[in-house]
Design a protein around this ligand. Structure first.
Ligand code: SF4
Ligand code: SF4
Ligand code: SF4
Length: 363
């Protein structure tokens, strides 16, 4: 854990009691509607879960987008640095303004209007007539979609590596839909405390990050199987179905969705990003191969206050790069040695401006 976790007040406890079952129920209905109906003994079709003719996925995306975009607007219009202590909040930096504007636009356009609103507006049946579809999440964070479409391959093997080369893993804090929610929740009063007090930290927590390598290997294995099957070069239908079922149940449903979102109040906002997301592990490899210039650089102003470590949602011990026994170390770190996503929380939270991103171009 991070800083000593304070006792939760009763409104937060009530929220917790509703939030965790709510996330579990939503994803169960979204992903396995038939199973849920069978469990409750209903003979109705899966459209019983529709509300005003719209599928559960639409409503979930609407709430998700409203939360992310509403928080971004609050941050941008308020203009205060939410990473600093309550009474000392300075103005929001240009970096954070750009980040929250990027999150707002990405979430609204790429992850809401394009997939959920525009197609429904052009359907002959009308906007409020969603078809009954079992929710699948072929999100590109899983890597295997790169093996099933040219667009997916270009995105994962070309676009993402280029962004990593030039900007480090800022994709994760400026654009990705999962990251958008994490960044937004991380500046809300409860969310900031979950990051500070619940994020797993220390050498043991770092070692567990190896799970992400396992998920990447699994995702690549699944992708190659799908490619061979798609090209009719080799197929093993039973095995393919079993691997798909494992991917759906354990990686997408249990890890990526229920734990990835439901565990925010228990383990901070970036559990999936740190221990699960195979794309993040792929980005780390690309960063090492391309010798990305991305790095956080401490300077000689560090006073050993350790606020930077507590602010990091990825559980990085930022202060150990900045000082030893309160003597400045000035040890830069980047993609090779940490899972840093370039969110800038550590930089914003340091009261003496002892941290900055190293220049991406130049010497
Ligand atoms: S680690 Fe994966 S899920 Fe998290 S923000 Fe990055 S790409 Fe998205
Ligand atoms: S970098 Fe800033 S917040 Fe971190 S230990 Fe040094 S003075 Fe404290
Ligand atoms: S080290 Fe700083 S920039 Fe990197 S993930 Fe942690 S808080 Fe964000």
């Amino acid at each position: 854990m991070g800083a000593r976790a304070r006792r939760r007040a009763w409104p937060e406890r009530v929220f917790l009691a509703l939030f965790l079952p709510g996330v579990l129920a939503f994803y169960a209905i979204h992903k396995y509607p038939r199973v849920v109906l069978d469990l409750v003994g209903s003979r109705d079709g899966t459209s019983v879960f529709h509300l005003a003719g719209k599928a559960p996925g639409f409503w979930y995306a609407s709430v998700y987008t409203a939360l992310v975009c509403g928080t971004c607007l609050w941050i941008l219009l308020g203009g205060r640095n939410q990473y600093q202590a309550k009474k000392k909040k300075g103005p929001l930096s240009r970096y954070q303004r750009s980040k929250f504007l990027s999150i707002l636009l990405a979430q609204l356009i790429a992850f809401y209007l394009v997939p959920y609103v525009l197609p429904a507006l052009t359907r002959p049946e009308g906007f409020f007539q969603d078809p009954v579809a079992v929710g699948g999440k072929a999100a590109h964070v899983y890597v295997w979609p790169a093996f099933t479409s040219v667009g997916g391959a270009v995105y994962i093997f070309l676009v993402i590596p280029l962004t990593v080369w030039f900007f480090g893993k800022r994709y994760c804090s400026w654009f990705c839909s999962c990251g958008n929610l994490a960044e937004a929740v991380g500046v809300l009063p409860w969310g900031a405390r979950w990051v500070r007090e619940r994020t797993p930290r220390g050498p043991g927590a770092r070692k567990v990050e190896v799970t992400q390598v396992i998920v990447l290997l699994f995702s690549l294995f699944f992708g190659v199987m799908l490619l061979l099957d798609g090209l009719a070069l080799a197929t093993a239908e039973g095995l393919l179905q079993s691997v798909a079922a494992v991917q759906d149940l354990f990686i997408d449903f249990a890890f990526g969705s229920v734990i990835g979102v439901g565990a925010y109040p228990l383990l901070g906002t970036r559990i999936w990003c740190r221990y699960g997301c195979p794309l993040a592990q792929g980005m780390k490899l690309v960063g090492a191969l391309t010798r990305s210039r991305f790095a956080v650089q401490p300077n000689d102003k560090c006073r050993g206050l350790n606020l930077c470590t507590a602010a990091c949602p990825m559980g990085i011990d930022v202060a150990s790069h900045a000082h030893r026994d309160k003597q400045p170390l000035e040890q830069a770190f980047g993609l090779d040695d940490t899972p840093c996503i370039g969110c800038g929380s550590c930089i914003e939270s340091c009261p003496v401006d002892a941290l900055a991103f190293a220049p991406l171009v130049g010497k």
